[in-house]
Design a binder for this molecule. Structure first.
Ligand SMILES: [Zn+2]
Ligand SMILES: [Zn+2]
Length: 312
């Protein structure tokens, strides 16, 4: 898709943590809410996953639009709790004036509908999913992808227990990939050689994220931890850097921080990632996703809006 300079893409991080919300004096820098990212391209509002960060995004959208209704598209990567648990607390879903469409990867709609219904059964929550007046329904993305206004979206299967979709977005002068939960097909921290199948799967993934401005990638573990967590469905800093370098990505944003990782630990992982990127003689920058950070391609840097976070 051609760049649209008058409708630049922007991102804002509302939840960056994996597995479970982790509020603590030791997680205030990067944040403790689970997966939720707001993407804007022109008037198009896209919401990537509905973790606990979605609650504050809902308050922000209500502040912005007040009594005017708005349209938004919500993409759900998979139905592990940390990616859907914010939906019952998303205030705009309770207003009929809003039009919220939920999309999942092709083939996963029935499963996702069931999980969204289940988490709002009366034993868990007093309002049912089907009674949310602002939610217009759930659809599947077509296999070949889809265009939402100026943004084109494609999805691919990731390596995660129960499945997870990764998404690639192009439009507004930028290309962003969001791969929230993914375990490397083969890890460079393990002594075993990759099989031909693992090599093929990794090559497909590299092509999917090739040349992205921003790759938001599951990087839950450091190199000492990952060998003890093989099969848990999450990534490791060394493998994330290797994937980003192979795909000639500009910026790797490490995502889905481990709930036990304090700010200092995440900082150490990023320092290590930057070192690996330098050793690979790549142009890659490495940073950690952080609640409140905003990104747009024209700014060429991440701006931090901590005031918005503090005002919740
Ligand atoms: Zn997750
Ligand atoms: Zn998951």
């Amino acid at each position: 898709m051609k760049a649209q300079p008058h409708t630049p893409m922007s991102l804002r991080y509302w939840g960056v943590r994996g597995s479970i919300p982790s509020p603590s004096p030791d997680t205030t820098h990067f944040g403790g809410n689970t997966s939720c990212i707001e993407m804007r391209v022109g008037n198009e509002i896209l919401i990537l996953d509905c973790g606990s960060g979605l609650r504050a995004l809902g308050a922000s959208l209500n502040d912005e639009f007040k009594t005017r209704g708005f349209n938004a598209t919500m993409l759900i990567s998979h139905t592990h709790w940390d990616h859907i648990q914010g939906l019952p607390f998303f205030a705009p879903a309770y207003a009929e004036r809003n039009h919220l469409r939920i999309f999942s990867q092709a083939g996963s709609g029935t499963r996702i509908q069931k999980a969204l219904n289940n988490q709002m059964e009366p034993m868990h929550f007093p309002v049912r999913f089907g009674d949310l007046p602002g939610v217009a329904g759930l659809d599947e993305l077509p296999e070949e992808g889809m265009e939402f206004g100026p943004v084109s979206i494609r999805a691919m299967n990731l390596n995660h227990p129960g499945g997870c979709a990764g998404f690639r977005f192009e439009g507004g002068g930028a290309c962003v990939a969001y791969l929230p939960d993914h375990e490397p097909y083969h890890s460079c921290t393990l002594p075993k050689k990759p099989t031909a199948e693992q090599q093929n799967d990794q090559a497909r993934l590299v092509e999917f994220v090739r040349d992205c401005d921003v790759l938001i990638l599951d990087t839950q573990y450091d190199e000492a931890e990952y060998p003890k967590r093989v099969g848990w469905g999450h990534g490791c800093i060394a493998d994330s850097v290797a994937t980003a370098v192979a795909a000639d990505v500009r910026e790797l944003v490490c995502f889905h921080h481990d709930p036990s990782h304090f700010d200092t630990r995440i900082g150490q992982m990023i320092t290590r990632g930057q070192q690996l990127a330098r050793e690979a003689e790549s142009r890659l920058t490495v940073r950690a996703a952080r609640e409140g950070d905003q990104w747009c391609p024209s700014a060429k840097r991440v701006a931090t809006n901590r005031a918005a976070v503090a005002a919740r």
